[in-house]
Design a protein around this ligand. Structure first.
Ligand SMILES: *Cc1c(COP(=O)(O)O)cnc(C)c1O
Length: 605
């Protein structure tokens, strides 16, 4: 009778998955789903442990410590995330890690979970059950973050919008355009939360009328708050120094504000050095980290006498010739291999920065012949990440490299530079980093890794850019045209020349309509600029309230790598910048004019 019971359970489940697969157009997968459950290796176990409300695999696992049926099953069925795991040796010890699942199997996994929850939970099942199950399960640790984001997005949609809408979305959007499935659903508890920022509603419209659009607006209070939080996060390290990467927001008023808050700057070119000098930064507050530097960059740094960094081999003699070798000079390392943190992975061979471990050793020996007795170390390991595991993992890698250099050459380490790369919640569904908790995780790594060594209390340097100013900047723009053809399109007066990230990386920037924040009634819009490139789009298929010409749109999280990346392609010129402080708005950069555009042009022979 157990055989019949088990047969009924798996068949009921299989038919349900098949029905769902057919509804989204996955016919072959619908027919083949879970066929191996009817093989003797799996069926035998299912029959033996059949109970009706408990997984036979789990029962087998309880009895003999592992499940033979599951091992047989997950190796043959591509809709299981375990099928998509592989060895990862980056930590020194082999461990299993998830790879991204192909879209059609990711979808089958989602449908499998819906069906399994329905079959096992019976009348207790609701559209939220699969999401709740996912959140309770341990899957997240093995699932690749991209897959996890996709699965979470679809199950969130199921919980919020129901099965019919989710299946329709899977069929017409997810499977039809597999590259567009990164979820972008607002948080369930407060769908409009992301619409709210330091400027909104009537105030935004009034400011747009007064200043003329487009323009950048930065919020002093947000920047100050982030400076204070970062400082607090590293209060445990007496030597901590933060150097803001100038390329993120090279605007004097912002840089001076950061200096007031105790931050230094990282520069990578002669022009950035000059900018910082004019902003009042002292040489020891400037960390020069050029990348494949040009002679003019090195000359400028030598003249300034700032802190220096070697970003790879072949530079020692260039530095020596300019009298730039001294204690505390920095080395940018590239440990190679795959850098894994949490469930993300960065293949470091593809990174253009830094010394290989062998080259670093050789460089230190060379520096020692020039009388250098201490170096600082740095590595670029990842960028724009929201993983709380990134900095602790980077700290481990750097400390390990530091110990190796010390042991093999006797050099002293004057600081360990964690670099920047902390992400911000661009999407409503992103979870912001808790910087205080992050600082504490880094502290734990430093304490365990340096106890009893010469590295105890070694100063920690950081180079946080985006996390400090990103959320503190808005691009304010006005709608000039509304067109309804194949899609609803809002044409605005800002363009990629003001904010290039969406065009360049397909980056997401949240968009809100001033005065309609949090409005529930939304339809899909493209928000586009006026550069003659089809990629000049701030948002594609974005759910927004009704838009009319004259509306003011706010493009969020543009305070870092925003205005600074701007350019003049198509004769579109960069807009001005303003700083909001104590309720007042101060202009901190004028908009470019046609004269600026023509300044470098040569008209006469
Ligand atoms: C760009 C950059 C960073 C980090 O920038 P984030 O804004 O934090 O992403 C850090 N250090 C250097 C040298 C950089 O060039």
């Amino acid at each position: 009778m157990k055989a019949l019971g088990h047969f009924k359970t798996i068949t009921e489940h299989k038919l349900l998955v098949m029905k769902y697969c057919f509804r989204v157009g996955l016919y072959r997968q619908g027919l083949l789903h879970d066929l191996s459950k009817y093989s003797w290796a799996e069926f035998r176990i299912g029959m033996k442990y059949y109970s009706g409300d408990h997984s036979p695999n789990a029962s087998e696992r309880e009895e003999i410590g592992y499940s033979t049926a599951w091992l047989h099953h997950k190796g043959r069925n591509k809709h299981h995330l375990e099928y998509w795991t592989d060895y990862d040796f980056s930590s020194g010890e082999p461990k299993l890690a998830g790879e991204p699942m192909p879209t059609k199997y990711m979808v089958e996994l989602v449908l499998d979970r819906i069906a399994a929850c329905r079959v096992y939970q019976g009348e207790k099942y609701t559209d939220s059950s699969p999401l709740e199950y996912l959140n309770r399960s341990r899957d997240a640790t093995l699932m690749h973050p991209i897959t996890r984001a996709q699965v979470t997005g679809l199950l969130t949609m199921l919980a919020e919008e129901g099965e019919a809408e989710t299946l329709r979305h899977i069929k017409t959007v997810v499977l039809a355009h597999p590259e567009k499935i990164i979820p972008n659903l607002p948080r369930k508890e407060d769908p409009a939360s992301k619409d709210r920022t330091f400027l909104r509603g009537e105030q935004a419209r009034a400011l747009a009328d007064r200043l003329g659009t487009p323009f950048y607006l930065y919020d002093r209070a947000t920047i100050e708050n982030h400076c204070a939080l970062l400082r607090e996060a590293f209060a445990w390290n007496p030597g901590h120094r933060q150097f803001f990467p100038v390329k993120a927001t090279p605007t004097p008023a912002i840089l001076k504000l950061l200096r007031e808050k105790g931050q230094g700057v990282v520069c990578s070119s002669a022009a950035e050095l000059e900018l910082c000098r004019r902003c009042g930064f002292l040489p020891e507050e400037i960390l020069f980290m050029p990348n494949y530097p040009l002679p003019a960059d090195l000359d400028a740094a030598a003249a300034l006498g700032c802190r220096l960094m070697l970003d790879g081999p072949g530079l020692v003699e260039d530095f020596a010739a300019r009298g730039m070798l001294r204690d505390g000079i920095g080395l940018r390392l590239n440990p190679g291999g795959v850098f894994r943190f949490g469930s993300a992975a960065v293949r470091l061979e593809a990174v253009k920065f830094g010394f290989t471990p062998e080259a670093a050793l050789e460089c230190v020996r060379q520096l020692q012949t020039h009388g250098v007795t201490s170096v600082g170390i740095h590595a670029y390991l990842s960028g724009n990440t929201l993983s709380p595991d990134y900095w602790p993992a980077a700290a481990k890698v750097l400390l390990w490299q530091a110990k190796k250099l010390m042991a093999e050459t006797g050099i002293n380490i004057s600081y360990v530079n964690l670099s920047g790369g902390l992400g911000i919640p661009y999407r409503p569904s992103d979870k912001p980093l808790d910087i205080i908790a992050l600082g504490d995780s880094v502290r734990q790594v430093f304490e365990t890794e340096t106890a009893g060594t010469a590295l105890e209390n070694v100063p920690v340097f950081t180079e946080v850019g985006r996390w400090i100013t990103g959320p503190a900047g808005l691009l304010v723009t006005r709608v000039h045209h509304v067109r309804r053809g194949f899609r609803a399109i809002a044409g605005v007066d800002a363009s990629a020349s003001d904010l290039m990230r969406p065009m360049m990386y397909g980056a997401y920037h949240h968009v809100s309509v001033a005065g309609h924040e949090g409005e529930q009634n939304r339809t899909a819009w493209d928000v586009v600029g006026s550069v003659c490139e089809n990629t000049d789009k701030f948002a594609v298929n974005r759910m927004l309230p009704e838009i009319a010409p004259g509306d003011v749109l706010l493009i969020h999280d543009a305070g870092a790598h925003g205005h600074s990346m701007g350019y003049q392609y198509g004769g579109r010129l960069r807009c001005g910048e303003y700083l909001l402080e104590s309720g007042q708005v101060r202009r901190i950069r004028r908009a470019e004019t046609t004269e600026d555009y023509l300044r470098t042009a040569i008209f006469e022979e």
